[in-house]
Structures are given as C-alpha cells and as structure tokens.
Write a protein that binds this ligand. Structure first.
Ligand code: FMN
Length: 189
C-alpha cells in the first residue's frame, strides 16, 4: 500500500470484530515497527506491553474512555470490543521529549497495524492505576498510552471540516471525521 493511501486509511477505530482474535506474534510485529522509530538521542526509553488474551483484554477494557465527543455513546459493546492492546510505558520521571517519543511510537504502531489489516485507536484517557496493575509495568515506569487493536467493525468517513472539527455519527452508525484543509494548517511567509 502506498503511504498516501495508508495515511488516508489509518483512522481511529472504536468498534471491532471482537471474535476475530489477534495473535501475540502479530501484535509484536507492530511493536517491532515502533522499535525502529526515531526517538530522542536514540535513548529508546519506552517499554511496551502486549495484551491479547480475552481474559486480559476484559480487565483492561473498563479502564478506557472512548470518544469524548460522542456523549450518548458509552463505548463499544460486548462483541465489538478490541481484540488486543499495546500499552506504551514511559519512565516516571518525564523529560521534555518523553511524550514526543510516545507519540511517534504510537504512530508507527497504528500505521503498521493498518498495513496488516487491523484497526486501532490511540487512547490517552484511561485509568492509569487499573492499566498499570493489569500489565507488567516496569519499575519506575508508568503507562502513558493504550492502543486498542482489532479487525475493524465500523465504517469511518473522512470529510472536510467546515464549521466543526468534532467527529460524529450519522443515522446509519457511520463515524465521520472532519479534517481541516491543507491551506488552513500551513503558514507561509
Ligand atoms: C494522543 C491521542 C490521544 C487520544 N485519546 C483518545 C481517547 O482517550 N479516547 C478515544 O476514543 N480516542 C482517542 N484518540 C483518538 C482521536 O480522537 C482521533 O485520533 C481523532 O478523533 C481523529 O480521528 P482519526 O484518528 O480517525 O483521524 C486519541 C488520539 C491521540 C493522537
């Protein structure tokens, strides 16, 4: 897949085909992409937990907060929940570059997941205590991002943001994501 196509298709997915399980090897391949990502001073301080079993996925799920703009929606129902997670841990003592490294690693993960036919959603709003307790968080580290993964069970439509940048759902349940136009985000001298 060309990168331009991959970028178009890598959308945040919040409803999955939960019964389609993903192997640990498949998820580890996404972490392997993050392993190769640029990072400040090549210090490679981030650590990653992989969650694939139904039992462990079920314990992570209640910690996650989904789609803040969709106030009426409580998150994916049983049957449409993620089939795996990657948790990105950073050292507890944060440096100015820490969250940049985390963001770049997350981007590599979601792009490689999409290339492999998986949907994903980066989640920053979660109960850190629950997640840290459920996965093997290294000492002096804390989880900064959770990436939900699975085969997509929803249709996502990219559109031009005219008045509002908030994503929304139409009457057919399709998820719409408004994006600003190129000239609106580029400054020129
Ligand atoms: C740093 C970051 C944190 C995010 N946190 C959440 C979150 O807590 N819950 C959620 O449902 N989506 C979360 N998202 C997904 C965004 O809502 C999503 O990227 C945005 O709506 C644009 O949609 P798109 O990814 O399809 O372009 C997060 C994305 C990023 C990059």
């Amino acid at each position: 897949m060309r990168f331009s196509e991959l970028a178009l298709e890598t959308r945040s997915i919040r409803r999955f085909k939960q019964s389609v399980r993903l192997s640990r090897e498949k998820i580890l391949a996404f972490v392997d992409s993050a392993r190769l990502a640029p990072n400040a001073a090549n210090l490679q301080v981030l650590r990653f937990s992989v969650v694939t079993s139904e039992k462990n996925c079920a314990t992570i799920f209640p910690a996650l907060k989904w789609a803040g703009y969709l106030e009426e929606w409580a998150g994916p129902e049983e049957g449409e929940r993620p089939a795996a997670y990657i948790v990105i841990h950073a050292p507890g003592e944060e440096k100015p570059y820490t969250r940049m490294d985390v963001g770049i690693a997350a981007a590599y993960i979601v792009l490689s997941a999409r290339e492999a036919g998986c949907g994903s959603c980066i989640i920053m709003s979660f109960d850190c205590g629950i997640v840290a307790g459920e996965v093997n968080t290294p000492e002096d580290y804390r989880p900064l991002l959770v990436i939900a993964l699975g085969v997509s069970g929803e249709e996502v439509i990219l559109e031009t943001a005219l008045k509002d940048i908030r994503y929304w759902r139409d009457e057919l349940g399709r998820h719409h994501v408004p994006k600003l136009r190129l000239f609106e985000i580029v400054t020129e001298q």
